[in-house]
Design a protein. Structure first.
Length: 136
């Protein structure tokens, strides 16, 4: 008998912020298939609007670290302050200064180098969310 795929993300919302719409769509589709509720935004204005909303339901955010018009440090800081259980993954193909974020929220932020596979994203989310759930 074939087992159905594991729905590991059931009930867990993840904010995806990236101005590369094809990448955003692939990440959203993959995470949705794993059972996550993928909330996507593709502009700096939308990212800030999402950060101003009550974020209690969000368990993680994956932020484009080199998006025009967006300070990933400020956005991540706002999200982390709003929800002490959230984790943030900063994804970029370029170096991103992470030390201030890591000092602000130890073990709740991580850098993920682009390009990455869907499996790498899922593994990273699983590890970060699991670590936060263990600390509750």
């Amino acid at each position: 008998m074939i087992q159905p795929p594991l729905r590991e993300g059931t009930g867990k919302a993840v904010l995806l912020v990236d101005d590369e719409k094809p990448l955003l769509q692939v990440m959203s589709l993959y995470l949705s298939r794993l059972g996550y509720e993928a909330r996507t935004v593709d502009s700096a204005d939308q990212a800030w609007e999402a950060a101003r909303q009550p974020s209690g339901a969000l368990v993680a955010a994956v932020l484009d670290g080199s998006m025009d018009g967006l300070s990933v440090q400020d956005l991540a800081g706002t999200l982390l302050d709003a929800n002490p259980r959230m984790c943030v993954i900063v994804a970029s193909g370029y170096p991103v200064e992470m030390s201030a974020l890591e000092a602000k929220a130890p073990r709740r932020v991580l850098f993920l180098h682009k390009p990455f596979t869907a499996g790498k994203l899922a593994d990273t989310l699983r590890r970060m969310i699991g670590a936060q759930e263990e600390n509750v």
